[in-house]
Each structure stands twice: as C-alpha cells, then as structure tokens.
Design a protein around this ligand. Structure first.
Ligand code: PGA
Length: 256
C-alpha cells in the first residue's frame, strides 16, 4: 500500500559513454520504445550531450539528469559545471556522490552534502548514491558505512529539501561486475536507509522518500528487485546503454 505512494524511478547512468552524435541515436531509439511510462524515466548522459539532447527530448516523457555538478554557483572552478547551467540546459535531475566519483575524484560526504544543497536550492532533484565496498560488506560494516554516508549527505537538509532527494543504494561490489545483490539483501539495506530517514525526519517522510537499487540491474533481474518493498526503482549503468534493455526495465517497473 505504502509502496504505491512512491512513483518508481528508472534512471540510466550513461557514465562516460556516447558522443553527442551517438547520444542522439540512442535517444531516438529510447523514444520509440518508451512512450507513456507510468514510472519516472530519467537518462543521465555526459555533460556535452545534454544540450544536444534537450531538443531531442522535447515532448517526450523521458527526463534528463547530469552525472555530477559543482556546489558553487559560479566562479574560478576550472572544468566544473554549475546547477544553473544544468537547469538551463534541460536537466531536472543530477546524480550526486556516485561511488566512482567518490573513488576517483575524491568526493567526500562533505562535498556530497554541499552538492545536494546546491542541487535542491537550484530546483534539481538529487539522486544521491551510497554503498559499501566488498571488504566493508564482508567485515559486516555495511550498516555503519551506509549510516555515515546517509547522515553525511543529509546534514542540515530540511524536510522540504528531502522531497527533492532520491537515494540510490549501490553496493560497490555489484557495480559493473555482473554481480547483483540478492533482491532480499538489497531490500534490507534500502529498508535500513528508510529507517535512518524515519529517525532523522518523520515516518511519513520515510514512507514517501524514493530509494533505488543500483548495481548490475538488467532486464532479467529487474522485476525481482523492483518488487521488493523498499526498492522504488533502479539506477542503471551498463544496461542503460542499449535501448531495448533499458526499455525492458522500464516495462518491468510499469508492470508492478
Ligand atoms: P551498472 O552501474 O548497472 O553498470 O552496474 C550502475 C551504476 O554505477 O550506477
């Protein structure tokens, strides 16, 4: 019942794939496959593809997000992109704190928190990623790591802003490895994130916040994952680069 209050989100994280030209081809295929989804469908292409896709997506029900943003409004930050630039270029969403950014680009819980604030203040929906490494899971530190990341991300964020935040649980050992978390085990962690939100805010907000799973989700395993009570959608990497595969995951969400 409560799960029905939460519109599922299927978000594609293209990572550093697809040139602007290739991106247009993929989007045209996606538009053929995805006409009137009941779930929220978001694609997150590389920055350079965004303005090109803005016009391509006009009139379609597919939304666009970026994979990162800077937390300052403007200024001397060579190589960075602001929330306002993303907004003006057609983005409604932005992924923040993906594990690859934490691992390779030194993002910390503090910068993730600043970026979330910048995103929601600029009226973008933030898709905030959290997740443990294999080592952390094996040493039974999953909850500790998730708690630190969730609390760090949501520091000084009020209830109104939380409504513009989607959390994505992405166990690092499942990203791009073909190893998916068992549906029940992913549900437990997503449920734990919901508990953390209930404690910090209210039970009502915990019930309405959307929590996604990410990590080797594909058309074969999507349904089982999406059926879990605490899983409200997916953040999809590899399988979002093939229109048919991505559309099948959207259909799986729509069939729930
Ligand atoms: P994957 O990536 O689906 O290729 O595992 C997910 C992600 O990193 O968001």
């Amino acid at each position: 019942m409560e799960k029905e209050m939460r519109t599922p989100v299927i978000a594609g994280n293209w990572k550093m794939n697809k040139t602007p030209y290739e991106a247009v081809t993929l989007v045209n295929e996606l538009k053929e496959f995805i006409k009137n989804p009941r779930c929220e469908v978001v694609i997150c292409p590389p920055f350079l593809d965004i303005p090109v896709l803005f016009s391509e997506l006009n009139g379609s029900s597919i939304k666009m997000g970026a994979q990162n943003c800077h937390f300052e409004e403007k200024g001397a930050f060579t190589g960075e992109v602001s929330v306002k630039m993303l907004k003006e270029s057609g983005c409604s969403h932005v992924i923040i704190g993906h594990s690859e950014r934490r691992q390779y680009f030194n993002e910390t819980d503090e910068t993730v928190n600043l970026k979330i604030k910048a995103a929601v203040n600029g009226n973008l929906t933030a898709i905030v990623c959290v997740g443990e490494t294999l080592e952390e899971r094996e040493s039974e530190k999953t909850e500790e790591v998730i708690k630190r990341q969730v609390e760090g991300a949501l520091k000084d964020i009020d209830e109104l802003s939380l409504r513009k935040i989607i959390i994505a649980y992405e166990p690092i050992w499942a990203i791009g490895t073909g190893k998916t978390a068992q549906a029940a085990e992913a549900d437990v962690v997503c449920g734990y994130i919901r508990e953390l939100i209930a404690k910090k805010y209210t039970k009502q907000l915990a019930r309405t916040t959307r929590i996604l799973y990410g990590g080797s989700m594909n058309s074969a395993n999507a349904k089982e994952l999406l059926e879990q009570y605490n899983i409200d959608g997916g953040l999809i990497g590899g399988a979002s680069l093939k229109a048919r595969n991505f559309a099948e995951i959207v259909s799986a969400a729509d069939s729930l």
